[in-house]
Each structure stands twice: as structure tokens, then as C-alpha cells.
Design a protein around this ligand. Structure first.
Ligand code: PLP
Length: 397
């Protein structure tokens, strides 16, 4: 049955799946093997070596393609392996890319540490303002890469507006859709050419693997991605692919709960006297609330908030958390809390951090699937403990 006629929950569980021809097991088998035997010289069953392709990785690719609505997808060892392979597939010396200033930090580092030295340059601009994108385009620009919502302040970029600019200049538009996944945001329907996912996050959803995927309707680009993946050795590992195949089945159901829990927590934080500001696209106070409603199918599971007490209050609050884990990453069942200015965004120039709204008092929460009331109780006791801590009292004097 074609995935096109199925509802999202059905696609997540059944989409793109085929029975293994050997034993018809209900779960597609884990082909934990490095290589495959040729029937005769030059005759094989489509597989040769797991750096090139592997049946379990193929199965994951078909499952992701069914969710993305594309004919195929290509899976990678990590989200960064996906982005690296994409950039090496599309760009050569002298080429230029325009990227969101809130794009994942690893992508910025890839330009700074590797691509810039190879003559491939990127400009990181405020893509929430389409005029900044238009102004950054050069005759050598080959790619626009946006991330929306951006990390950690959830700044949104209007995908359709940027797609119009990209089309007018015959430039490819890639969207890093890691925070929302195709369940909550449909980049292709808004005019994008390429969808990037760190499957590490919501696609796996269990904090069990790292991985990445790229989907596109462009068959030639898909083939090029496979060629460069084979060349760089960036393919996903069979076991991670198998685990991710299990996680993806509950993606739509998990995301519904992530969104509901995040909204509940965002509303509670907004009413808390120690909280200066809450960043959550589902709140009417979020400056781009209308864009979120128009372009997204849900507000997602990430909430960020700034404490009035600044850096010390954020540090003490994080240290007093008992249920929420102090950990990077996002998108899993367990609620994680981070301090972006000293972890994920510590590399950034402090002035740029401030310009992006990443203050030292900012805490980001990846709201998991524990009961939201238990999470609120944990946050309440941590904020209260931070407020009563002698250091916090000294700061107030
Ligand atoms: N894109 C986004 C939006 C991310 O948040 C991350 C990781 O945090 C990546 C890409 C990179 O993915 P990975 O950590 O799987 O390499």
C-alpha cells in the first residue's frame, strides 16, 4: 500500500517497510555484517560492503523517506556526518553558502575548521529576516541552509519566504528540520529542496543512538550523496539503524505528548515570578507565534527560559534539578536541561551570543515524556533552592 494514502501513525509504523525475504520476521533483521558474498564474479544481491550500503540501513532509509514523502533518503553515522556529506556533495572551492546565524554550532565549526581552508565560504545571517538572506547572496552562492526553530531561542525562519528567494536565484534550499521532524513541519511543501535530520534526536527518540539523514526529491542528488558517503565513509552503522527503526514507529505519538508537556511547562514558567522570559513558539507572547501557527503542525518539545537572577541563578537551578537530567542533546523520553552559554554555545564569541539572545541566565529544556506535573515540581524546587542559596542572596545585595 502506498504511504501516500496512509495516516501519519500508520506511516511511522508501516511506511516503507518490507518483510525480510529470508524468514518474514515482523521486525526487519539486523544485518550486523561488514560484507556480503557474491554469487559469482560480478553477480551479487545488491550488497557488497557495509560502507557502501547495508540492508538494515536501507530499511531505515525507506522508513524515513515514507515520513518525508520522498522516494528515498540517505542515512549517516551522525547528523554532522549528514551535513558534512551534503556540503561536500554540493560545494567546491570558490562556492559560497548562506546559513542561519542560529544553525547548529557544529555546522559553523565545519566551516571555520575545514571548509574555509578549502575555499568554501559561508555567511551566517539572520534568516528570520528574508532581506538579510537576499543581501548575503553572491554570484557564487550555491546553497542556503536554514534551521528553524533555531537553537536555543527557537527563532523561526519563514521557509516559504526563503524558498522564493532561493528559487529566484536558482539556489538550493536545505532545511535542518531536526527540532520538529516531518511530523510537525513539512519543508518540501513549503518549497525546500533538501531536508536534514539529526536522527539522534526525535527520530530515534530514546537517547540510544546518534545518526543523521538527508531527503530530497532530486534523484541525482540522492545518488551523489551515496557516492560521497561511500567516499567519506559516513554511512550509518547497522545496529544504530536497527534501533532507530524501532524508535521511529512512535514518533507521531511521542511528538504529540512532547508538545503538550512543553506547552504546560512553558505556561507554568511564564507565570513564575523568578522567570524573566520564556521562549516557546506555542505561547501567544512568542514574537513569531503567528508564523509558528502557519508553518508548523505543533510547537515542539523544546522550551527555553531566562531567569531574572542571571548566570548564577541558572547555574544553581540546574545544579538543584533532581528529576530533569543535566545533559546536552534533545528529543528523547528523558527530560534534559542545559545551560547553552557554557555548553552548546560556549564556543561562540560572547558578543555574538548576546546578539543571538543567548544570555548567561538562559536554560534550555528538552521536555521528555515524564508526567509534566512531576517535571514542574522538580523545576519549582530547583528554582526555589537557587533563590534561597547564599550565593543568590549575595548577588541580590
Ligand atoms: N542539527 C541540529 C539542529 C542539531 O541539534 C544537531 C545536534 O545537536 C545536529 C544537527 C548534529 O547532529 P549529531 O549530533 O547527530 O551529529
Amino acid at each position: 500500500m502506498s504511504a501516500k494514502n496512509l495516516q501519519e501513525a500508520t506511516i511511522a509504523i508501516r511506511g516503507g517497510r518490507t518483510l525480510d525475504s529470508h524468514a518474514s520476521s515482523i521486525l526487519f533483521p539486523l544485518y550486523q555484517t561488514g560484507n556480503f558474498v557474491h554469487d559469482q564474479v560480478g553477480v551479487d544481491k545488491g550488497y557488497s560492503y557495509s560502507r557502501v550500503s547495508n540492508p538494515t540501513v536501507d530499511a531505515l532509509e525507506q522508513a524515513i523517506a515514507a515520513l518525508e514523502g520522498t522516494a528515498s533518503a540517505v542515512c549517516f553515522r551522525t547528523g554532522m556526518a549528514a551535513i558534512t556529506t551534503l556540503l561536500f556533495s554540493l560545494l567546491r572551492a570558490g562556492d559560497h553558502a548562506v546559513l542561519s546565524d542560529v544553525v547548529y554550532g557544529g555546522t559553523m565549526r565545519l566551516f571555520r575548521e575545514v571548509l574555509d581552508h578549502l575555499g568554501i565560504h559561508g555567511d551566517f545571517v539572520d534568516t528570520s529576516n528574508p532581506a538579510s538572506v537576499e543581501a548575503a547572496i553572491r554570484p557564487t552562492t550555491r546553497l542556503i541552509l536554514i534551521e528553524t526553530p533555531g537553537n536555543p531561542t527557537l527563532k523561526l525562519t519563514d521557509i516559504a519566504a526563503i524558498a522564493r528567494i532561493a528559487k529566484a536565484h536558482s539556489i538550493l534550499l536545505a532545511v535542518d528540520n531536526t527540532f520538529l521532524t516531518p511530523v510537525l513541519q513539512r519543508p518540501f511543501e513549503l518549497g525546500a529542496d533538501i531536508s536534514i535530520l539529526s536522527t539522534t534526536k526525535y527520530i530515534d527518540g530514546h537517547n540510544a543512538t546518534v545518526g543523521g539523514s538527508i531527503a530530497t526529491h532530486d534523484g541525482q542528488l540522492t545518488e551523489r550523496l551515496r557516492l560521497i558517503r561511500k567516499t567519506l565513509g559516513t554511512i550509518q552503522a547497522p545496529f544504530e539503524a536497527w534501533l532507530t527503526l524501532q524508535g521511529i514507529k512512535t514518533l507521531p505519538m511521542r511528538l504529540r505528548l512532547h508538545c503538550a508537556g512543553a506547552l504546560r511547562i512553558a505556561q507554568w514558567l511564564e507565570a513564575h515570578p523568578a522567570v524573566q522570559y520564556v521562549f516557546y513558539p506555542g505561547l501567544p507572547s512568542f514574537p513569531q507565534h503567528a508564523l509558528a501557527a502557519a508553518q508548523q503542525r505543533g510547537s515542539g518539545g523544546i522550551v527555553a527560559f531566562e531567569l531574572k537572577g542571571g548566570a548564577e541563578a541558572a547555574r544553581l537551578t540546574l545544579n538543584h534539578l533532581q528529576l530533569c537530567s543535566r545533559a546536552e542533546s534533545l528529543g528523547g523520553l528523558e527530560t534534559l536541561a542545559t545551560h547553552p552559554s557554557t555548553t552548546t554555545h560556549a564556543d561562540l564569541d560572547p558578543q555574538l551570543r548576546q546578539a543571538l539572545g543567548i544570555s548567561d541566565g538562559l536554560i534550555r529544556i528538552s521536555v521528555g515524556l515524564e508526567d509534566p506535573e512531576d517535571l514542574i515540581a522538580d523545576l519549582a524546587q530547583a528554582i526555589a533552592a537557587a533563590d534561597h542559596h547564599p550565593h543568590a542572596q549575595e548577588d541580590k545585595q
